[in-house]
Design a protein. Structure first.
Length: 514
């Protein structure tokens, strides 16, 4: 790479200076994504009183004057090939950076989304409006802002008095925007157009997807509409494709749970179940297991509802009840495709459970989820669905139960003494020092940053196999399974003690002492 001398302070910029967006205090300020892409100039770092700039071959050299004027620091220039520049661009504007940059391009400033909302037309229907650009800008702004803040779901809720936009961050919904009720049809219709839904049909629920490119990164948005008393309610789920790349080491499993899961998926056949409520990260865990198995030597097939992440090397089928493609029908069909590993999105009825058991008996490794409160409860659930105890005993290899709790912000968490009431809930001693949430600029005044998984792992050994065969009750199975390994309660209690999460978060997921 070649470097050039610092640009002289006396040189005047030829055009207006660039607006810089700073997505995080710890990160260097970034140029708007559109500017960097179109001009071929990228701020790689700001250090030691200088700005390190990557200039693409054939890039606009006049852009250096704008960067120099904007940052007010000398530049160190590196010329890079187009391929190298594209890689730097993707890395610099990935997710948070891209969202911040695009938000800056759209005019999302300290005032948030309000300026975009004010630009919406007052027409009652999108088709009555000659210009739907304000609605498009608001939707794009919502998605960009959501990615910047780590939002998982955007809720658009019409009421008689207002249209409310709420966002779910780390599992908690917060109101972000409130608009006049007349803009609801405009916004909802535009979202339905983007998701390729029928904008004329407002009486039945609809599901669709929106694929966007943000900062050179593909963003997949799952859209669900539901008829409401005051209009149509829309929920947009932002699918973080980065989760599809998480491996088992990145899940945060403790040593015993990680060992149990690795041993289970190393088996040539059997059933491995992941259990927990909606939004507890079960799908991410299953994809991590598939990633470990996806070595090119196995035929891996899935049947899901819906297919959330596309994974190269894995054959993925989406459930479509309208044409009779249920979990059971899909599982029955993929067993004729010579699979080695089968993933079923959810075992929710007897037919699917029976086929999964038969698949494991005929030499397939089956991964799936069930909805139960804990690991031992999955055994009871399978028996309730009609699986014979002797078949379940011979096929089940392991059950992983999990939850997600919010992680305390390391910048503002504060010490406190655990009071008697919370100590009784958690099964801990009152008076010990723990940490609680406070709130600062780093965590948007929430006191939390991100989430962390809490796991318990039940490994089916000879004793548990015999207990399942003999129809032992759930409590007896749990007592043996967790005699020397942590339950969900013990695992989250440990997180409270080491300051990872707060007592309030721990109490939210604890069902009983264990």
């Amino acid at each position: 790479m070649d470097s050039v001398r610092p640009i002289d302070d006396t040189e005047e910029p030829l055009v207006e200076a660039v607006t810089v967006v700073a997505p995080a205090e710890a990160s260097p300020p970034t140029l708007p994504y559109a500017f960097a892409r179109d001009r071929g100039a990228l701020v790689d770092a700001v250090e030691a009183g200088r700005v390190i700039v990557a200039l693409r071959e054939g890039g606009d050299p006049l852009s250096l004057l704008e960067i120099r004027s904007t940052f007010g620091l000398p530049l160190e220039l590196h010329r890079v090939s187009p391929a190298e520049f594209e890689k730097l661009l993707a890395d610099a504007y990935a997710m948070d950076g891209a969202a911040a940059a695009v938000a800056g391009d759209m005019g999302i400033t300290g005032d948030g989304l309000d300026p975009l909302a004010l630009g919406l037309p007052t027409a009652e229907d999108l088709l009555d409006s000659a210009d739907d650009a304000p609605a498009i800008r608001l939707i794009n702004g919502l998605i960009a802002e959501s990615l910047r803040q780590g939002v998982s779901d955007i809720h658009i809720e019409p009421y008689e008095t207002a249209l409310v936009v709420r966002m779910r961050v780390d599992g908690v919904l917060t109101e972000k925007l409130r608009m006049p009720p007349h803009v609801a049809p405009v916004l909802v219709s535009r979202i339905k157009v983007m998701a390729r839904l029928d904008i004329a049909e407002r009486r039945v629920p609809q599901d669709g997807r929106i694929s966007l490119s943000l900062g050179g990164k593909l963003v997949d948005v799952r859209v669900s509409t539901l008829p409401n008393r005051a209009g149509e309610r829309v929920v947009m789920r932002l699918l973080d494709k980065e989760n599809a790349g998480i491996d088992l080491a990145g899940l945060g499993l403790d040593a015993k749970a990680g060992d149990t899961l690795r041993r289970a998926i190393a088996e040539p056949n059997g059933i491995v179940l992941v259990t927990g409520p909606t939004g507890s990260g079960k799908t991410t865990t299953l994809y991590a297991a598939l990633r470990g198995l996806n070595d090119g030597q196995r035929n891996i097939l899935t049947v899901e509802d819906p297919v959330e992440y596309a994974v190269d090397g894995v054959g993925q089928t989406q459930v479509n009840a309208k044409v009779g493609l249920t979990f059971a029908a899909g599982l029955r069909a993929i067993l004729r495709q010579d699979p080695d590993v089968v993933m079923v999105g959810e075992i929710r009825d007897r037919e699917t459970a029976d086929i999964a058991v038969q698949a494991s008996l005929t030499g397939h490794l089956v991964l799936s989820t069930v909805h139960t409160n804990d690991a031992a409860g999955a055994i009871t659930r399978m028996r309730d669905m009609g699986v014979e105890p002797f078949l379940l005993a011979s096929t089940l290899r392991a059950v992983i139960a999990q939850r997600l709790v919010r992680r305390l912000c390391p910048h503002c968490r504060e010490e406190r003494v655990l009071d008697q009431g919370m100590a009784e809930v958690l099964g801990m001693k009152a008076g010990r020092t723990v940490f609680s949430a406070k709130g600062c600029g780093e965590c948007s005044q929430t006191g939390y940053q991100g989430r962390v998984g809490v796991f318990e792992a039940l490994r089916v050994d000879d004793t548990i196999r015999q207990m399942i065969h003999d129809n032992a009750d759930e409590a007896a199975i749990a007592r043996h399974a967790f005699a020397d390994s942590p339950t969900l309660a013990k695992a989250v209690r440990r997180m409270v003690k080491d300051g990872t999460t707060s007592p309030e978060e721990a109490a939210r997921i604890m069902r009983r002492d264990g």
